[in-house]
Design a binder for this molecule. Structure first.
Ligand code: MLT
Length: 394
């Protein structure tokens, strides 16, 4: 028996696991330290009342013989939720049929699992810096990776090099980790490139609900031609505080076919074999997010985080630190002060200010010298963290 040797090519541990271990070691050495966590993008506000009510109702149903549900008849989601999500897309002018919406337990799993559908010989194009899941899952399956530089010079929004051909392309907008957002013209360039190369565009829209500027796209399917080349991944984690609930969705249009084979049909086949669906209670909770009350409540929660981002941006400006993001995005991507390396800054911020962030280098080589902060924290703690940073850098 041989183990998958590709695992030897991975970083020793997943970025957020490495950070959690460092934080645990710090707390062991400094028991009772008043840490403020702005590292992993985990939400802090509770689920909204509409969601809680739907969960209570669904739990009651599960407690009665007549309304109890066992295995879901379709691991891709109950029709009520697929329809609600398709309706959400329609609300901002994007065509999506419920049958093209696949409910899953979060964008991370779907983004990671989608690679099962693709040949190992395919070349993968990944921006750097990037959400580590795109890299790790392809390394695990032994695919060749090409990196695309995202830098200050291109606003961390790289465009394709026509001289480079790729089969699988990852994009994330609003971007994790940099907070940068592609406009329609830029996404059109990507869609045209993918179609010309016969490539698939894997579009991570997990942060779409943070887009406030109307002219910026929230979905790749707002771009003409995307239905022929793209898959979109989205999540309720950041939109509706579902990080602990686990629910997301993947949209695969009918038009997406390679060699006459429907990608949606392959995904359905994969999920049918390896996935038993998201729990009924969670799906009812997710459905409630898309009701008028749910959407209004979610908007309130989002504005709380947006206010955090504003406070953080102001503080960085006051400190004279260059950054991007924080508008249309819950992430702020700052240059490390004093030319520190990103892990050096991580250690200093943890040791001297008891604030945890994410070193840019963890997202790729172009992240070296940068640092990511999230706006998902408690408002008072966020303000306190920025004050601590100011004191530390004075
Ligand atoms: C992040 O901090 O990058 C995200 O929260 C991680 C994730 O969504 O898996």
């Amino acid at each position: 028996m041989k183990l998958n040797a590709n695992f030897q090519n991975l970083q020793q541990s997943y970025l957020f696991v490495t950070i959690a271990k460092k934080v645990a070691a710090y707390l062991e050495a400094n028991p009772g330290a008043d840490l403020i966590k702005m590292g992993i993008g985990d939400v802090t506000l509770p689920l909204s009342p509409a969601v809680i009510e739907a969960m209570h109702k669904a739990s009651d149903e599960m407690g009665k013989k007549e309304t109890f549900r066992g295995y879901s008849p379709d691991s891709n989601g109950y029709p009520f939720l697929r329809k609600a999500i398709a309706g959400y897309y329609h609300s901002f002018g994007v065509k999506a049929d419920p049958s093209e919406v696949f409910v899953g337990d979060g964008a991370k799993s779907d983004v990671g699992n989608i690679v099962d559908l693709f040949d190992r010989e395919n070349t993968v194009l990944i921006p750097d810096p990037v959400y580590p899941v795109y890299v790790d899952t392809n390394v695990m399956s032994g695919r060749k990776l090409l990196y695309l530089d995202a830098k200050e010079e291109n606003g961390f929004l790289p465009l394709p090099d026509p001289g480079v051909s790729a089969d699988i392309i990852y994009l994330c907008s609003p971007n994790n980790p940099t907070g940068a957002v592609y406009n329609r013209e830029q996404l059109k360039v990507w869609v045209d490139y993918a179609r010309k190369n016969g490539a698939v565009l894997l579009f991570d829209a997990a942060y779409e609900s943070f887009v406030t500027e109307k002219e910026l796209p929230r979905s790749i399917f707002e771009i003409e031609g995307a239905r022929e080349c793209a898959i979109e991944f989205c999540s309720l984690s950041k939109t509706a505080g579902f990080t602990g609930m686990r629910c997301g969705y993947t949209v695969i249009p009918k038009e997406l076919q390679f060699g006459g084979v429907s990608v949606a049909a392959l995904w359905e086949r994969r999920q049918g074999c390896k996935f038993n669906g998201v729990s009924y209670i969670t799906q009812r909770a997710a459905e409630a997010v898309f009701t008028p009350e749910g959407l209004a409540e979610v908007k309130k929660t989002l504005s709380y985080y947006q206010e955090n981002a504003r406070v953080m941006a102001e503080a960085l400006k006051e400190m004279g630190i260059w950054f991007t993001g924080g508008v249309n995005s819950p992430y702020l991507w700052m240059r490390c002060p004093g030319h520190l390396g990103s892990w050096e800054f991580f250690d200093r911020l943890l040791g001297e200010a008891q604030v945890v962030g994410t070193p840019g280098e963890g997202f790729g080589k172009n992240g070296e010298g940068y640092f990511r902060l999230t706006a998902f924290g408690d408002q008072e703690k966020t303000k306190e963290a920025m004050e601590r940073m100011k004191r530390m850098l004075k």
